[in-house]
Write a protein that binds this ligand. Structure first.
Ligand code: SAH
Length: 347
């Protein structure tokens, strides 16, 4: 029988679980704090628990841990990119980005992705499987252990579509935010979606204070369809309705992400259309000059085109930033490090 994944359990679930095993409820609290607060690497480290109890746990539960296959460090900006091996041998990427205001960790939510965005390396081989909550948490935990830094922000912007792994994502957010864990404030957690409309409505009902980022990448349905197959499923009108609903329910403004691709979505006309959408919802716009992926022939617009695009938005009173390119010297774009490793293994 498959062992239960103890690190994905909430404190309530763990308490119930251990009570059923005949343990006292304070054991659950202690064990939970070891896992999520003190970031213990194994049951063996939980020294205030009896040896018998630790052994029993080891026999009964799976203790999710990640192995590091590769660590790249950018000389340019201190970004560290980790390639982690999951318990089943699959690999995921996570990134630590040191900013002035704190340390941000970008995690993956799935092994691969089935959304098919044309410029993205993570989706080239489709979806392998969803990550469990413990596997998402461990990306943050292992980076904290290895680097010793205090992680203040977490962005779910690595490989995968988080809203395509809804239940595990919600569990992950609750555990990450929990008092007895790392206590990362919901406001410091960002979830990025390619725009799965039903799940956006569902998320609005959870009334979380997280930031929701929408990958727009095109301001008309035609343009969006050139880059994102999901645009054939949901129209921009439906998306904007969902964004408005999300804001009404949570009071949190949505961020639009917009990857600038030369000759596709970078004209003044595109900027004007984007300004209208962002203006109507009071959204912040984050421009990402597309990160070239070798399997695709998309290019970044010139520096002056990017600036002129940005200025056009700013003139329309849109709050706009250009995402600082972190770690370009270290397999920057999502999924590239993992792909390179897969390639190695196939050779
Ligand atoms: N599935 C989620 C999270 C994925 S990645 C989503 O679609 O939002 C986070 C962001 O990086 C998304 O906006 C995604 O479209 C963008 N992205 C992926 N590959 C990129 C590339 N090569 N260049 C620029 N942005 C990219």
């Amino acid at each position: 029988m498959e062992k239960k994944d103890i690190k994905s359990m909430t404190l309530e679930e763990l308490t119930e679980e251990l009570l059923a095993q005949g343990e006292k409820s304070f054991r659950a609290k202690q064990c939970y704090e070891w896992m999520h607060g003190k970031l213990a690497r194994s049951f063996a480290e939980m020294t205030n628990l009896s040896k018998d109890f630790r052994e029993k746990c080891g026999n009964t539960y799976e203790y999710t841990a990640l192995r590091t296959a590769e660590l790249q460090e950018s000389r340019a900006d201190g970004t560290k990119k980790f390639l982690f091996v999951l318990p089943d041998g699959n690999m995921v990427e996570s990134v630590l980005m040191p900013y002035q205001y704190g340390n941000s960790v970008c995690i993956s939510s799935q092994v691969g992705c089935r959304m098919g965005c044309r410029f993205c390396a993570s989706t080239l081989d489709g979806l392998e499987r969803n990550l469990r909550a413990s596997e998402m948490l461990e990306q943050v935990y292992e980076i904290s252990r290895q680097t010793g830094v205090r992680v203040s922000n977490v962005v779910v912007m690595g490989t995968g579509e988080p809203l395509d792994n809804y239940e595990n994502l919600l569990r992950f957010i609750r555990l990450l935010n929990d008092e007895a864990g790392l206590r990362i404030s919901q406001r410091n957690i960002t979830v990025s979606t390619c725009g799965l409309v039903p799940e956006m409505y569902r998320l609005a009902e959870e009334k979380l204070q997280i930031t929701l980022a929408l990958s727009l990448h095109g301001a008309t349905d035609e343009k969006r369809r050139l880059l994102m197959p999901v645009a054939n499923q949901y129209s921009i009108e439906e998306l904007m309705k969902a964004c408005r609903y999300y804001f009404t329910k949570t009071g949190r403004r949505i961020t639009f992400e917009y990857s600038l691709v030369e000759g596709i979505n970078d004209t003044d006309e595109d900027a004007a259309a984007l300004a209208r959408l962002a203006g109507s919802l009071g959204c912040h716009v984050n421009l990402i000059p597309v990160n070239p992926v070798k399997e695709r022939n998309f290019a970044q617009p010139s520096g002056s085109r990017i600036l002129s695009f940005k200025n056009k938005l700013a003139k329309n009173k849109i709050n706009v930033t250009i995402r600082r390119e972190m770690g370009r010297d270290i397999d920057g774009a999502c999924g590239q490090l993992r792909r390179r490793h897969k390639g190695d293994r196939q050779c």
